[in-house]
Unconditional design. Structure first.
Ligand SMILES: Nc1ncnc2c1ncn2[C@@H]1O[C@H](COP(=O)(O)OP(=O)(O)OP(=O)(O)O)[C@@H](O)[C@H]1O
Ligand SMILES: [Mg+2]
Length: 216
């Protein structure tokens, strides 16, 4: 399932965020995006997920024109195909860790799969922490809950916004292995926004986002 971004442009009023953004991400491919703070990396990732709107250009995934979907169709597409690690985690405070991680499965109407959730928690280095509430976790632990949640339904499109920003180098490397593993083994397309040189160095392609566009 190929992600195609074609000539994408977005502005707030008169102020452009980015213009002329064109890129393709193949199944099994890992693309890293870097750029200055405020240049629009999170906004671009949100557009890729259909979570934000744009003013020019198109986003297609496996031939589906994401901009042409209405809100409900877009939400269904996202549930099925997208795993999103938000810069601000967005872990739900009233659900425990295991419930947060199993949310994508529940939304897809799949039956409860405690084994898979426990496996994901092990994989992100949070074994046995399923019953904890988010308020009892550290920032890096919350980030790892968000990563487990993004991967649990094995999405074809993985969008990760600074997923290692709050992690020590060892845990960060482990998390990168997980994201890359999903990409290589299950043929997901991974787009990673990062300021981390070591994370970016793992990518197949490194792209720089500027106000004028995106370039290698
Ligand atoms: N609702 C809004 N109205 C006006 N400007 C906005 C709005 N939301 C975001 N922006 C601006 O859009 C630009 C892009 O923001 P974005 O969060 O995508 O940057 P970023 O590259 O992810 O930065 P960082 O590296 O700090 O996370 C910023 O300059 C921001 O101030
Ligand atoms: Mg950002």
């Amino acid at each position: 399932m190929t992600l195609r971004i074609s000539n994408l442009g977005k502005h707030y009023g008169e102020v452009p965020v980015f213009e002329n953004v064109t890129l393709e991400v193949q199944p099994g491919e890992f693309v890293a995006i870097v750029g200055e703070s405020g240049v629009g990396k999170s906004t671009l990732l949100n557009c890729m997920a259909g979570l934000d709107s744009w003013d020019q250009g198109t986003v297609t995934h496996d031939g589906t024109d994401i901009g042409a979907l209405d809100g409900e169709a877009c939400a269904l597409w996202r549930r099925k195909h997208v795993g999103f690690v938000f810069q601000a985690f967005h872990v739900l405070p009233h659900l425990d860790v295991a419930q947060n991680v199993s949310l994508p499965l529940m939304l897809l109407g799949q039956k409860k799969d405690d084994g898979r959730v426990a496996h994901m928690l092990d994989a992100v280095g949070l074994p046995g922490m399923g019953a904890r509430l988010p308020q009892t976790l550290s920032g890096g632990q919350l980030q790892r809950v968000a990563i487990a949640r993004a991967l649990v339904h094995r999405p074809a499109l993985l969008l990760a916004d600074e997923p290692t920003g709050n992690l020590d180098p060892t845990t960060a490397a482990k998390v990168m292995e997980l994201l890359i593993g999903q990409t290589r083994e299950h043929g997901a397309s991974l787009v990673l926004v990062t300021h981390s040189e070591s994370a970016a160095a793992r990518a197949d392609r490194l792209l720089h986002l500027t106000a004028a566009g995106i370039r290698a």
